[in-house]
Design a protein around this ligand. Sequence first.
Ligand SMILES: NC(=O)c1ccc[n+]([C@@H]2O[C@H](COP(=O)([O-])OP(=O)(O)OC[C@H]3O[C@@H](n4cnc5c(N)ncnc54)[C@H](OP(=O)(O)O)[C@@H]3O)[C@@H](O)[C@H]2O)c1
Length: 314
Amino acid sequence: MRAIAIAEYGATPALVDVPRPEPGPGEILVKLIAAGLNPIDWKIAEGRLKDAVDASFPLILGQDGAGVVAQTGPGVTGPRIGEQVYGAFQGVARGLGSYAEYTVAAADGPFAPMPAGLLYTEAAAVPTAGMTALTLVEDAGCGPGRTVLIVGATGGVGQCAVQLAAGAGARVIATARPDMADELRRLGADEIVDHGVGPLNRRVVAAHPDGVDIVLDMVSDRQGTERLAQLVRPGGVYLSTTWSVNPDAMAARQIRGGNPEVRPSAELLGRLTALIDAGGLEVRIERTVPLADAPAALLDNRAGGARGKTVIRI
Ligand SMILES: NC(=O)c1ccc[n+]([C@@H]2O[C@H](COP(=O)([O-])OP(=O)(O)OC[C@H]3O[C@@H](n4cnc5c(N)ncnc54)[C@H](OP(=O)(O)O)[C@@H]3O)[C@@H](O)[C@H]2O)c1
């Protein structure tokens, strides 16, 4: 089957021909129709998990995917062959991922039936961004009476977080360059701050002299985080997806700080399905590319400037 894989950590991702995986006991074979691209994909290619997991090479890239159950292994009672599923399919230890024609997953793994009415390309864009945003918004306690600053709001996680925080009743300040301001307002942001013009913390404090209750940060490094933490009122929350929070430094400011590591699960995906079906969440696809163009798309994402999700047509 065709797949995008790396021969070793640090190697350039390339289109390869590899054997189709076989589902073992308790496993399913998924014929993938689309894969969603996430920053973690190029981070894994660069070796981010080197010390955490023993990888199998060639390692197929890709966490997010959507497709059809094509075969079930011994002992599987569900899902059924032909069911449309979406979820998280990166299996570093077995060299499996979603940038491939087929992948194998545990029958009770982190996937769920696709939301009704979504195309495969749309469903593939949802899992990581949606599960991460849902985890952040709930962990931080976004809700009525809370003002939340979302840093990196134009990206995949950020756009979901804007919708979920606004849907929970919070007042949302979103970072965006001017080309995305209207789109983020449409998604529920109350205020936009252009992160390309001057220091972000000064611009936010000018409009909010008493600070904000919550920062959800998809971008900053440690220094940037320390600067932005000055905006958070005592008793507030600062969560980072880039491991930039030092919880002790936050505690010294009377802020709860954290770096939530999102664990993909069928339960989280099921909740996203319900939100999407109810019209409470949409995921904006910036572009769709053929499988052979995935390596170039990974480079583009690494360079920055995402305006939504990149989806790979298998
Ligand atoms: N810990 C976890 O479990 C977890 C889960 C999911 C994602 N993540 C991480 O979270 C990060 C975001 O993921 P994503 O999928 O949302 O990425 P993405 O889709 O590539 O979006 C990143 C966004 O950040 C914007 N941005 C860049 N610099 C900025 C700045 N200084 N201020 C404000 N916005 C800025 C970019 O636009 P411009 O370049 O135009 O500014 C872009 O829209 C990645 O590092 C990813 O690996 C972690």
